[in-house]
Design a protein around this ligand. Structure first.
Ligand SMILES: [Zn+2]
Ligand SMILES: [Zn+2]
Ligand SMILES: [Zn+2]
Length: 823
């Protein structure tokens, strides 16, 4: 009788990413193992479980449920209650129950798992070399979902009817493919084809190639298939010949070429109209990654994670990857294959491949076959296409490991649409984001759904992509925003979009750009208490009408106070100056040190004495310089015509980069500052030598190794004066100090400046928590130095993790602030 008395019923509710990730079969297996009876069922908001049995097995079951979850599942919330037993006789998986208005979290797309990879490479498996192999632990999710609940008819797989074998896997609760919605095999699933730029078939599966034998050289690899009637094998041959291929992936088309072939990479750059912005590469495995880069254990963990993002890692000197892939950079963006198609292609090719978004300059990534053929015709020689449609377009995510932690720099594939968790119960708000690197953010309950990287809002294609993706998120997560947040800048297309939306009676909340940056960092770290916000950024409109970007703020979710900033300096020509940093250098010298100093600098750089860097004798600063332009700049400054004032830290880095001859004109956003960082970084590494894996050492050892500046205070507002700094740099130039050394000293100075300002603000406010945000903190050396210095003085420092520190994180900050502003 004791046995019956011990028997009980437990009701369990599990929330999080628990659907479409093999969770029910996992529960079924657990219940069976612990000899429990009952059922498991998906509802619109959770997975419900009832198990009946003795207390101890139930306890073990409950513990296993939490600790042994399948790799893709994420439990956010779990609750259990005990009841008298009902007398279940079996354990079963019950049909899903749909519920209006409720929403579930959606799993992002996930890289091919080990089990699927083994099948893919096994010549005896029915999925040998089948490029759409997947299971409940891996494969496409978000990119193929049209609506919820997540079921095959509501995905782009609805077109394919499963063969009996696939159906049997799909129906078997103990199979790895139980309810794997994209389940497919060579008999019943999508197929690839190789087509030329006119869309004419070159090779379909099983067909003989049109080319003659000469055009398709023998494959080097022994394991490659003997038949030429294999589109992927043929594509790999073309890549080996130096051709550019467009390859349909998960979230869109990628452009690929041999990363070790200078000519091929240059050709791709020319066709894509992207002269020097770095490309990412894909390598077949970790061994290959290590051949080209220094990879720390944390970086390896990130590279091989189910998200399989691009990781920026330190490039080895002797790597065979062409320097054209990332000109003048010390870091290389590397990723591993994340779909079966990539695995086969990389193995067949036997080379690291450039993999870059399939677009021209900054347009959205192409996703449909017709669209790709139209838009990429002038770029790709051939197209590896397939017939599984992409519903939602997204790019590859970019990450770094800094100070031992991973940080997302571009948040897209495999990260979105997983939400950021908020510490408060949010209203339904839409944050429309910024102009460049746009994302939007929708909040509901304790979730902030930050969109994937949308792109620069400069053309109609991107705005359309933005609009469509907002609709998709609203539909998937059942959100109807009542409040719309936007940037203060009236000319941003995202701001205009927000204003239009608000005309339908919804409340509009404009948010200052750097307030949004800091709150984004706070929300990223789950902080609510006030912080000192250090926002080092390129451009953001301030409340006084000037361009901010070197800001020290006291911030909470409701409001902010500007406690300090870099002094205002002119930006003659506005946006034109941003593309030509040498103009900024001229303007800064003129306004801080006067004409005589400018003359002296020009004379110095024309005499071209820069010690220890004989290979670049001429300062880029003066290469573009002529008297007429200097006169124009002077006039613009005097009259204040098209010469806005800025306190931007990004512009200070640009100006110094131009001044010391690193980069006077740029091809991509941030280039001058990035190359300045690289110069400092090389110098920094030489010194510490040593830390190949980028140790955390960042101490600023010697006061000699930084420049003077001073801070003036007026009614609680502190302004950093830069004349001494600029003057000292010019002195260093005159003495022949190397660029690397000057750059390193500048980094040290800015870190010291941040530390000193934070001390002044902490003395006044008592706040010891500092949040670092803004695009300038993509500068890893600066981030490391600033954070370490602040920490060594007892500050608690918060940096970005799940959300970019650049403008990709703005929409989160906007949405959070609007939640509180609307009270
Ligand atoms: Zn799998
Ligand atoms: Zn099948
Ligand atoms: Zn910004």
């Amino acid at each position: 009788m004791a046995q019956i008395e011990a028997s009980q019923l437990a009701r369990i509710s599990v929330r999080g990413i628990v659907q479409g990730v093999g969770f029910r079969p996992f529960v079924y297996g657990l219940a069976t193992r612990h000899s429990l009876k009952g059922w498991v069922c998906n509802t619109s908001e959770d997975v419900k479980i009832e198990v009946e049995g003795e207390a101890e097995p139930i306890e073990q079951f409950y513990s296993d449920l939490k600790t042994k979850t399948p790799p893709l599942a994420r439990i956010e919330d779990i609750a259990i209650s005990y009841h008298p037993p009902i007398g279940y006789e079996t354990f079963e998986i019950r049909d899903s129950v749909a519920d209006e208005g409720k929403y579930q979290l959606i799993s992002p797309d996930i890289a091919t798992c080990q089990a699927c990879l083994s099948e893919l490479l096994d010549p005896h498996d029915r999925r040998y070399r089948y490029p759409f192999t997947n299971c409940t632990n891996c494969g496409p999710r978000f990119t193929i979902i049209e609506d919820m609940p997540y079921d095959r008819p509501k995905t782009t797989m609805s077109y394919f009817r499963m063969c009996p074998q696939c159906q049997a896997e799909y129906d078997d609760p103990l199979d790895r493919r139980f309810h794997a919605q994209p389940n497919a095999c060579p008999k019943c699933g999508p197929q690839v084809e190789l087509v030329d730029s006119h869309g004419d078939l070159v090779i379909a599966r099983g067909e003989a190639p049109k080319q003659t034998q000469d055009e398709i050289p023998r494959l080097r690899s022994e394991q490659a298939p003997q038949s030429h009637s294999d589109p992927i094998a043929s594509a790999s041959q073309l890549l080996r010949q130096g051709k550019v291929l467009a390859i349909k992936g998960l979230g869109g088309f990628l452009l690929a070429c041999d990363a070790t072939n200078d000519t091929a990479v240059k050709e791709l750059r020319q066709r894509k109209r992207r002269s020097s912005k770095p490309f990412a590469i894909m390598v077949s495995d970790m061994d290959e990654a290590r051949r080209h880069c220094y990879v720390s254990p944390e970086e390896e963990k990130l590279l091989t994670s189910p998200q399989s993002p691009i990781v920026l890692v330190r490039w080895k000197e002797g790597s065979s990857v062409s320097r054209e892939v990332a000109p003048n950079l010390e870091y290389l963006g590397v990723m591993l294959p994340y779909t079966p198609l990539h695995h086969i292609l990389l193995r067949d090719t036997g080379l690291p491949l450039v993999m870059t978004s399939g677009n021209i300059s900054e347009e959205p990534i192409a996703k449909d076959n017709d669209e790709a053929l139209r838009r990429l015709a002038g770029i790709a020689d051939c197209f590896l296409v397939h017939d599984r449609d992409i519903y939602s377009r997204y790019d590859d995510s970019v990450t770094v490991v800094e100070r031992g932690e991973s940080q997302v720099v571009r948040r897209a594939r495999s990260y979105a649409p997983y939400p950021i968790h908020l510490t408060f119960k949010a209203k339904q708000v839409l944050g429309c984001g910024a102009e460049v690197k746009n994302t939007f953010c929708l909040t509901k309950h304790n979730h902030a759904f930050l969109s994937q990287h949308i792109g620069d809002m400069e053309n109609m294609e991107t705005v359309e992509h933005f609009d469509n993706t907002i609709s998709l998120y609203e539909r998937l997560f059942r959100i109807e925003p009542e409040i719309i947040a936007c940037d203060l800048h009236p000319d941003y297309l995202a701001t205009k979009y927000a204003r239009e939306l608000a005309q339908s009676g919804r409340k509009l909340i404009p948010v200052q750009h750097h307030h949004a940056h800091i709150v984004s960092c706070m929300a990223d770290n789950g902080l609510e208490a006030p912080v000192i916000g250090v926002a080092f950024d390129g451009t953001g409109l301030g409340t006084d009408g000037h361009i901010w970007g070197g800001e020290f703020l006291v911030v909470d979710y409701h409001s902010f106070r500007r406690a300090g900033h870099l002094e205002y300096l002119p930006l003659p020509g506005g946006d034109a100056a941003i593309k030509r940093p040498y103009r900024i250098a001229i303007a800064y010298i003129l306004s801080l040190l006067g004409e005589d100093t400018l003359d002296a600098v020009v004379a110095l750089s024309r005499s071209s004495v820069i010690a220890s860097e004989a290979k670049q004798p001429q300062l880029a600063f003066t290469e573009q310089l002529n008297e007429v332009e200097i006169e124009v700049i002077k006039r613009q400054m005097e009259r204040g015509i098209n010469s806005p004032l800025t306190s931007s830290m990004g512009r200070l880095f640009d100006a110094i980069s131009a001044l010391i001859g690193i980069r006077g004109e740029i091809d991509y956003e941030g280039q001058a500052a990035v190359e300045l960082e690289m110069a400092a970084y090389a110098c920094h590494c030489e010194e510490r030598d040593s830390s190949l894996t980028l140790g955390t050492s960042a101490g600023i050892s010697d006061k000699q190794e930084s420049y003077p500046y001073y801070i003036v205070e007026d009614k609680g507002l502190r302004v950093v004066q830069l004349a001494d700094l600029l003057s000292a740099i010019i002195e260093d130039l005159q003495q022949g100090t190397s660029r690397g050394r000057i750059s390193l000293r500048l980094h040290n100075t800015v870190a010291r400046m941040a530390n000193e300002m934070c001390h002044l603000i902490a003395d006044e406010t008592g706040i010891k928590q500092v949040a670092l945000s803004g695009g300038v903190f993509q500068n890893r050396l600066l981030l490391r130095k600033t954070a370490s210095l602040l920490e060594s003085y007892g500050f608690q420092v918060f940096t970005h993790k799940q959300v970019p520190c650049n403008d990709g994180g703005i929409s989160l900050g906007q949405a959070v602030i609007a939640n509180f502003a609307a009270d």
